[in-house]
Design a protein around this ligand. Structure first.
Ligand SMILES: Cc1ncc(COP(=O)(O)O)c(C=O)c1O
Length: 457
C-alpha cells in the first residue's frame, strides 16, 4: 500500500487549497463496488440520486480570507518608512510581532524566521543536534521534519502515529536508544499531540522535546498553547497554516540559552540590538550559522494576522463542533482521536472507515454529493518517500548514514505498518472558518446520507 506520488499538500501549496478534491483519483462516476441501496436510504448521488449540493463545497486557505485594512496599514508603514530590514529599532514590525506572539502564546521568547523549515533548522542548532545523534520523528508528518535532522548530520528514527495521526507515545518510547537526543512532537492538521506522556517519557530518558506546531498554530493542549510545552517549538506561516504571510516561520522557547543559540544561528552568529541588551551580550560564543532573518514585510503581515488568530480558531472550532454534533448519533461512528477536543483547532472532521477501500468509497460518495472530501492531508508517510527509503543525500559521505546505526537503519513500509493503516482508513471534510450554517448543514446531510450506506456495506 502506498500514498499517491504527488501528495495533496504539494498541490495545496500550488493552488492555494482551492479545488484540492479534484486531484483525488476516481472523484466521479458510479462505482461498481459501491452499494446501490440500503434499507430506507436516499439514493446516493454517486448512484444517480440527487446530490446534496450542486456546487462543490471546499475550504480555502484560512489567513488570506481575513486580510483587511489591518495588514494593509502595517505593510504601508514599512513601505512608507522605506525600511524593509528587521534590525531597525523599536519600530521593527518583526520585533513587534515577536513580542506580541510570545505574549499571546504565553512563552518568554519568540523569534521570526523565513519559514517553518528554517525554524526547524534553527531549533536543531539550538538543541545542538549533530552527527551521532538520533532524533525520533513521526512516520506521518512533513518532509522538513526529516530533512532538517539529516541536514544537521543526525539520524532520523521513525515512530508510528496513533489514531490522532500524531506521535504514538508508546512507540516513541520503544524507539529510544542511548543515542536519542531529541523527539519532534508534531501537532498535525489542527490536532494537539498527546504531550503529557510524551513529556514524561522524554524527561525519564533525558531527551529534548521539539514541538512542531506548524499545522496547529492556536491549538491548545490542556489549556496551554501547543509549541510552549516542550523545550522549544517551531511553526510555519506558509499559506496553508492558520495565519499566514505566504512564507515565514517562528521559533518559541522559555529557555534563554536555547533562544540565544537560535538568535545567533538565524543571524550569522550575531546577537543584535535589542536582544543584545536583553540577553546582556549573550553567554555563548558565536558558531557557524545562517541567515534566516524575517523581512519587515513578512513581520508586518504577521503582526496583523496575529490579531485574527483567535477568530479563525474560534470559528473553526464552532463549525467542527456543529458538524460533530450533527452526526454524533450515527451508529458505529468513530471520529479521528483527539487528546484534547477543546484545544483541537477543529481543522478536520475525519471518520475512521475501518479500511482503505471503504474510506475511498466514502470520499468518492461524499464528493458526488457536492462536498469536498479528503484523506489525511498536508503530510506524507515519510518512510515511503523514495528519496528517504533510499537515504539519498547531497553527498555520498553524509554523516547521518555513515555511522553503524545509519548504515543499518531501514526505512520503507516495514518501519511504519500501523501509520500506513491509520492514514489509509480515515477520511472526511477539511473545515473552513467561513462556512455558513447552510453549508455546515449540507456537510451534515451528506455525511448522514452516505455514511450508513458505506458503513453497512
Ligand atoms: C508539520 C510541518 N512542519 C514544518 C513545515 C515546514 O514549513 P515551511 O513550509 O514554512 O518551510 C510544514 C509545512 O507545511 C509542516 O506542515
Amino acid at each position: 500500500m502506498s500514498e499517491p506520488k504527488k501528495n495533496r499538500r504539494e498541490f495545496l501549496t500550488k493552488v492555494g487549497a482551492v479545488g484540492a478534491a479534484s486531484l483525488v483519483a476516481g472523484s466521479s462516476g458510479a462505482m461498481a463496488d459501491l452499494p446501490t441501496k440500503s434499507k430506507g436510504a436516499e439514493k446516493l448521488a454517486i448512484n444517480g440520486g440527487t446530490p446534496v449540493r450542486k456546487q462543490r463545497l471546499s475550504f480555502r486557505a484560512y489567513g488570506p480570507q481575513f486580510y483587511d485594512d489591518v495588514e494593509r496599514r502595517e505593510l504601508l508603514d514599512v513601505l512608507e518608512a522605506r525600511a524593509p530590514f528587521r534590525w531597525r529599532g523599536p519600530n521593527s514590525k518583526v520585533l513587534q510581532f515577536e513580542k506580541a506572539y510570545a505574549e499571546h502564546l504565553g512563552v518568554k521568547y519568540a523569534l521570526g524566521v523565513t519559514s517553518g523549515t528554517t525554524a526547524l533548522f534553527t531549533a536543531m542548532a539550538a538543541l545542538e543536534i549533530g552527527p551521532g545523534d538520533e532524533v525520533i520523528v513521526p512516520a506521518w508528518c512533513w518532509y522538513a521534519d526529516y530533512d532538517t535532522v539529516v541536514l544537521s548530520g543526525a539520524l532520523p528514527v521513525f515512530a508510528e502515529v496513533d489514531d490522532s495521526f500524531n506521535l504514538d507515545p508508546a512507540d516513541f518510547e520503544a524507539k529510544i536508544t542511548p543515542r536519542t537526543k531529541a523527539v519532534i512532537a508534531v501537532h498535525l492538521q489542527g490536532c494537539p499531540a498527546d504531550m503529557d506522556p510524551i513529556m514524561e517519557i522524554a524527561r525519564k530518558h533525558n531527551i529534548r522535546v521539539l514541538e512542531d506546531f506548524a499545522q496547529c498554530v492556536g491549538g491548545k493542549y490542556k489549556g496551554k498553547y501547543v509549541g510552549t510545552i516542550g523545550d522549544i517549538g517551531i511553526n510555519s506561516f506558509q499559506l496553508s497554516k492558520t495565519i499566514t504571510s505566504g512564507e515565514g516561520g517562528a521559533v518559541v522557547t522559555n529557555d534563554k540559552e536555547l533562544f540565544e543559540r537560535a538568535i545567533r544561528f538565524h543571524d550569522v552568529g550575531t546577537i543584535r540590538s535589542p536582544y543584545r541588551e536583553q540577553l546582556k551580550g549573550g553567554l555563548l560564543a558565536a558558531f557557524a550559522s545562517c541567515n534566516f532573518r524575517m523581512s519587515e514585510f513578512t513581520g508586518a503581515v504577521l503582526k496583523g494576522q496575529l490579531q485574527k488568530l483567535e477568530t479563525i480558531c474560534g470559528r473553526l472550532r464552532r463549525n467542527t463542533r456543529k458538524v460533530i454534533e450533527g452526526i454524533a448519533d450515527l451508529p458505529g461512528l468513530k471520529l479521528r482521536k483527539s487528546p484534547d477536543r477543546e484545544g483541537d483547532i477543529g481543522v478536520t472532521v475525519y471518520l475512521d472507515l475501518g479500511n482503505r477501500k471503504r474510506r475511498d468509497q466514502f470520499l468518492r460518495a461524499l464528493r458526488a454529493e457536492g462536498i469536498s472530501a479528503h484523506g489525511p492531508a498536508g503530510s506524507v508517510i515519510l518512510p515511503l518517500a523514495k528519496r528517504i527509503e533510499d537515504k539519498v543525500t547531497v553527498h555520498p559521505d553524509w554523516p547521518s548514514f555513515k555511522t553503524p546505526q545509519g548504515k543499518a537503519i531501514q526505512y520503507g513500509a516495514a518501519c511504519c505498518p500501523r501509520t500506513i493503516d491509520i492514514i489509509g482508513r480515515h477520511g472526511g471534510v477539511i473545515m473552513d472558518p467561513n462556512f455558513t450554517d447552510k453549508e455546515l448543514d449540507d456537510i451534515i446531510r451528506a455525511i448522514r446520507k452516505v455514511y450508513p450506506v458505506i458503513a453497512n456495506a
